[in-house]
Design a protein around this ligand. Structure first.
Ligand code: ADP
Ligand code: MG
Length: 647
């Protein structure tokens, strides 16, 4: 029959000083399934070292260890974890319970990694603890239990996944004699039930419980005595040892469990969690607010420019050109506007001469600006007369002395009186008021647009200005997409008409492009400052995870001894990092929106964007993943024995 455990020439060396220290000097040992064996020896004889090797918590430096016929040196991490989980149950002198978990949770730990549901785990743990007389202590934490009770909890844990082989290292070492007796009685009864029990002790009295005593001295087996007939049961040995091939990917249940564990451990350190969160919250909040401010400012500026009309081309004389007098540049003439109307894609071409005049009526006297324009000016500006009418093409053709006044002029000259039909003297020339424009308000740079009098271009050139050189021709295009081509065509036409290129064109669409580019740069700048703070938050997460790993090395050791895979440990810490970051991300988005709304309340243009919020949140989660990875990997790569000894 295949022995359950077969050691051949097992040596263990620890690195120390000049040369390695050999602690086990070639152990040969065979233990069959169902045996109750005590390994006895004085302190320092290598008992614990041997047990760690037996339990696959550590590897031998030399020699061969066959478990159920299988050479364990051929097993990988995952298969070793399976062995620890499904075959072994450990009982340690110092119990090795997780201090933050309750009795039943400690007992149930190995079943997490075996994939039992929470209900199944709880039920089985309750059952085991009740059998061991701890039915009333399920929710007690280890520090609320006596030593004997803690040791019973750890026995229950060893049995959670079956515990075919119970490895107990000085299980009574920390107990008073009565509790020690009780623990030994329990181990005895496990042996009676068919478990293979290996007890390590320095105490001959304790060893006397076993059927067989193996005496260890300074790393060598001194004697191997059978006191009672072996109860070895060949059928108890697993036929062939075949750890299942597991996928490397975690299952959903595992992840859900990891999230629950993460939340618990975060709650256990809530102040630290809060401070870590804060870094991420501020980072994400800053991204959301900064981009909302940037976007809002951009949208605001663009809207203001848009108000002026993005479909407009304003043609003005080039400054270098011939001057007539009074700063008037002699290039553009009304006939140019007529010609420009024929250029494809041009919807309107409105010529304009403007100047300052003294307006007088009803004995009142004001200085205002006068604009001589064509009759399609209202269509260009989308600005209509609300009282009376704007002058027509006929008025234009007839050189009619008519005027349309702005609201400010109406108020200053006429007060509450009806201005329609009244005469107003513009630089002493009489014009009849035929309309009043709707209120337009101030321009973005503060000019009062309502402080104006409109007259027909013909009448204005003839009577007011005494010359017909235009200050500007404004073109409105049909199709903004082609505005650049239209601009080029207009310039070509005018160049042809004037024999030289003597105009400048202001293209509102390209101005808009430029301004929005500038604003985008500003937004990027704000965004990157915010992103840096998010990065700093991420570094905070990494820092705190490193601390968390360091102070939980013992817990990690316990988890590994109870069968956690490297993947489970990696996942646990990674989940904690991601949960902190994602939580921070959520709160950050909420905070960012709240601050944004406040800023909007005090009048700042704020434009939230859902993609930005989602991206900032995802960024936070990814930062948790990235910055949590190194600490989590560090935890997963710990050596179980070293981790366990870290208390
Ligand atoms: P026992 O359990 O019989 O008291 P151990 O197996 O714990 O003895 O230790 C046996 C010897 O190995 C001791 O001398 C101890 O100092 C040494 N030893 C144990 N673990 C280590 C280690 N990690 N590094 C170096 N020496 C060790
Ligand atoms: Mg020991």
């Amino acid at each position: 029959m295949t022995p359950l455990i077969e050691l051949a020439g097992i040596r263990k060396r620890y690195p120390g000083g000049e040369q390695d220290v050999e602690v086990l000097h070639g152990i040969d040992l065979r233990i069959d399934a169902g045996e109750f064996v005590a390994i006895m020896g004085s302190s320092g004889s290598g008992k614990s070292t041997l047990m760690h090797i037996l339990g696959c918590l550590d590897r031998a430096s030399d020699g061969q260890y066959r478990f159920a016929g299988r050479d364990v040196s051929e097993l990988d991490h995952q298969e070793l974890a399976w062995l620890r989980r499904e075959m072994f149950g450990f009982v340690f002198q110092s119990y090795h319970l997780i201090g933050t978990a309750s009795a039943w949770e400690n007992v149930a730990l190995p079943a997490i990694y075996a994939g039992l549901s929470r209900e199944e785990r709880r039920e089985r743990a309750r059952h085991l603890l009740t059998d061991l007389g701890l039915g009333e202590r399920l929710d007690h934490r280890p520090n609320q239990l006596s030593g004997g009770q803690q040791q019973r909890v750890s026995i229950a844990r060893a049995l959670m996944n079956g515990g075919r082989v119970i490895l107990a290292d000085e299980p009574t070492g920390a107990l008073d004699s009565a509790s020690g007796e009780a623990v030994m009685a329990q181990l005895q009864s496990l042996a009676d039930q068919g478990h293979t029990v290996i007890v390590i002790t320095h105490d001959a009295e304790v060893a006397a419980h076993a059927d067989r005593v193996v005496e260890l001295h300074d790393g060598d087996i001194l004697s191997d005595t059978r006191r009672r007939p072996s109860r070895a049961t060949p059928e108890a040995a697993p036929e062939t040892l075949s750890p299942p091939r597991e996928s490397a990917l975690p299952e959903f249940g595992e992840v859900a469990e990891a999230v629950v564990m993460a939340l618990r451990s975060l709650r256990a350190n809530w102040l630290r969690t809060l401070l870590t969160l804060l870094g991420i919250v501020i980072g994400v909040g800053a991204v959301v607010v900064m981009l909302a401010i940037g976007q809002g400012a951009k949208e605001d500026v663009v809207a203001r420019i848009g108000d002026m009309g993005t479909d407009l081309l304003v043609i003005r004389p080039d400054r270098g050109q011939r001057r007539v007098s009074d700063g008037v540049i002699a290039t553009l003439v009304p006939a140019d506007a007529e010609a420009l109307r024929e250029v494809p894609n041009v919807r309107l071409a409105v010529p304009e001469i403007s100047g300052s005049v003294t307006a007088r009526s009803q004995g009142r006297d004001i200085t205002t600006s006068v604009k001589a324009v064509s009759s399609d000016y209202p269509a260009l500006r989308d600005w209509q007369a609300v009282n009376g009418i704007f002058f027509s093409q006929q008025d234009q053709d007839r050189y009619a002395p008519v005027a349309v006044i702005g609201q400010t002029v109406r108020e200053n000259l006429f007060g509450d009186a009806d201005p329609l039909g009244q005469f107003v003297l513009l630089d002493s020339i009489p014009f009849q008021v035929i309309g009043v424009m709707g209120e337009q308000g101030a321009t973005n740079w503060g000019d009062d647009q309502d402080d104006v009098v409109f007259v027909p271009l013909s009448t204005g050139t003839l009577r007011l200005f005494g010359q017909n050189y235009l200050r500007s021709i404004t073109l409105a295009v049909n199709d903004v997409e082609n505005i650049d081509a239209t601009e080029q065509a207009a310039v070509e036409l005018l160049t042809q008409r004037h024999g030289t290129e003597d105009v400048r064109v202001f293209n509102m669409a390209s101005l808009l492009d430029m301004v929005s580019d500038t604003q985008n740069t500003l937004t990027m700048l704000l965004g990157s400052i915010a992103a840096i703070s998010l990065l700093v938050g991420g570094i905070g997460v990494m820092n705190i995870m490193l601390v968390s790993v360091t102070e939980r090395i013992h817990e990690i050791g316990i988890r590994m001894a109870t069968g956690a895979r490297q993947r489970n440990i990696l996942q646990q810490f990674l989940t904690e990092a991601v949960v902190v970051s994602a939580l921070g991300g959520l709160i950050g988005v909420a905070l960012g929106v709240a601050v944004g709304l406040l800023l909007r309340l005090i009048g700042l243009p704020i434009l939230f964007s859902a993609p930005v919020a989602v991206a900032a949140f995802l960024c936070a989660a990814v930062i948790g993943l990235v910055f949590g990875f190194a600490p989590a990997l560090k935890a997963a790569r710990l050596n179980p024995v070293e981790a366990l000894s870290n208390e």
